[in-house]
Design a protein around this ligand. Structure first.
Ligand SMILES: Cc1cc2nc3c(=O)[nH]c(=O)nc-3n(C[C@H](O)[C@H](O)[C@H](O)COP(=O)(O)OP(=O)(O)OC[C@H]3O[C@@H](n4cnc5c(N)ncnc54)[C@H](O)[C@@H]3O)c2cc1C
Length: 379
């Protein structure tokens, strides 16, 4: 079986992985960024990205679809007062294929080697149970003493290196309890109609029977429409919530009138009930969805994936350069991301736990965001 050597292997070229590879390469490590898909690949996502990410990563205007100015909450079929979205908090909308490709290009420019169409099957360990690299489906073994698992919500790296045993006792139902299931589709509508009906506003819809919410996010000539619901609290299939919303909610009907479904309605899991820790072990770091880093109230994961990915890349490079792959050293990675984003992720999980009501939780988190804006979005 063929094998190649690296200082750092990052698995998954989403926001967490591209940022980890960028920062590992910048830190002087010979870095592989291993992605199972061919790029540009799509990822089911509303594509809402906050201002910190846009500024920090200098996201080019060609990648940005719209600059969001308002959030419109709809309770049942009643529109609440639209909330203006000031500059330091404002989201932009993006389409994931071009956004993720841009982030990956930053990693490649910094010297990381991108290996597309390369699914990783497992982490491999040596005689002393030390990490030796990963086994791929089609490119043999890739060797390194530190692996960053940035391979999304059903992470192969987390499963094959013992994290799922610690977190969920390897019981898929326990993993499901920590996830929401989302259904989403893009609808095509002339841009002038989007300007008239939706403008630069994201719509969030809440209904009593749904432990989650629906969304409509405007792009250029596209409205991205979705439904997310807790896997454990649902009374019908997620696709039924989605179909009922699109067909029966009077505001959704008005916004989507004449819009044409592009491609298929698809589904995906997203973590929503707090982070999975620990996110490090001997020779392994986890960043982004693989470690549950998604806000349970907002469903926002890109920002947290980017921040954790940056930290993971820096610590992985340092581990390689100092030849210290111990869990003790890598624990500083978790300290770092907990310090930067952990508190805010925990706040979202807490609001949801305490209220058991997504709309009330969103209200609490909006207040929290304004109060903690400087910590959340450092200049
Ligand atoms: C419907 C929906 C809507 C969302 N809307 C938003 C939103 O508007 N804003 C927001 O901030 N967040 C949103 N999120 C969450 C957001 O999409 C994720 O939090 C974010 O993509 C996490 O980034 P990541 O890099 O950790 O993982 P991902 O973006 O999932 O990237 C993981 C990568 O790993 C690759 N991979 C997986 N397994 C392997 C393997 N075995 N070998 C090699 N490669 C592998 C995958 O192909 C993928 O490219 C949404 C999620 C869903 C499901």
């Amino acid at each position: 079986m063929s094998s190649r050597e690296f200082d750092v292997i990052v698995v998954g070229a989403g926001p967490a992985g591209s940022m980890a590879a960028l920062h590992a390469a910048k830190g002087g490590a010979k870095t592989a960024l291993v992605e199972m898909d061919r790029l540009p690949r799509d990822k089911l996502c509303g594509g809402g990205v906050n201002a910190w990410v846009v500024k920090k990563l200098n996201i080019p205007s060609s990648v940005i679809e719209r600059r969001i100015e308002y959030a419109q909450v709809v309770a049942g079929s009643r529109k609440l007062q639209p909330v203006p979205w000031p500059g330091f908090l404002a989201w932009r909308t993006v389409m994931r294929p071009s956004f993720d490709s841009y982030l990956t290009s930053l990693a490649v420019e910094a010297g990381a080697e991108l290996m597309e169409s390369t699914p990783v099957e497992s982490v491999i360990f040596g005689a002393e149970k030390e990490v030796c690299g990963v086994k791929t489906k089609n490119k043999g073994v890739l060797r390194s003493k530190v692996v960053v698992g940035a391979d999304g919500v059903s992470s192969t790296i987390a499963r094959t290196s013992g994290f799922w045993k610690n977190w969920f006792n390897d019981d898929k139902r326990k993993w499901l309890e920590r996830c929401a299931y989302c259904v989403e589709a893009h609808f095509e509508l002339p841009d002038r109609e989007i300007d008239k009906r939706v403008g630069n506003t994201i719509y969030l819809f809440y209904e009593k029977s749904l432990m989650g919410y629906h969304w409509i996010f405007p792009k250029k000539g596209i409205l991205t429409v979705g439904t997310g619901c807790a896997t454990t609290h649902r009374k019908k299939k997620p696709i039924s919530y989605f179909n009922d919303f699109v067909k029966r909610n009077p505001i959704a009907i008005e916004l989507l009138k004449g819009a044409r479904l592009l491609g298929k309605v698809k589904g995906a899991y997203v973590p929503f009930s707090g982070t999975f820790t620990s996110s490090y072990g001997d020779g392994v770091l986890l960043a982004g969805d693989s470690a549950g880093m998604v806000g349970g109230v907002t469903g926002e994961g890109i920002y947290f994936a980017v921040r954790a990915g940056i930290a993971a890349g820096e610590f992985a490079a340092e581990a390689a350069l100092n030849n210290d792959y111990s869990a003790e050293f890598l624990s500083y990675y978790e300290r770092r991301w907990k310090n930067e984003i952990g508190k805010h992720l925990e706040a979202q999980a807490r609001f949801l736990r305490e209220t058991q009501n997504p709309l009330k939780a969103m209200g609490s988190y909006t207040t929290y965001t304004v109060e903690h804006q400087k910590e959340l979005f450092p200049q």
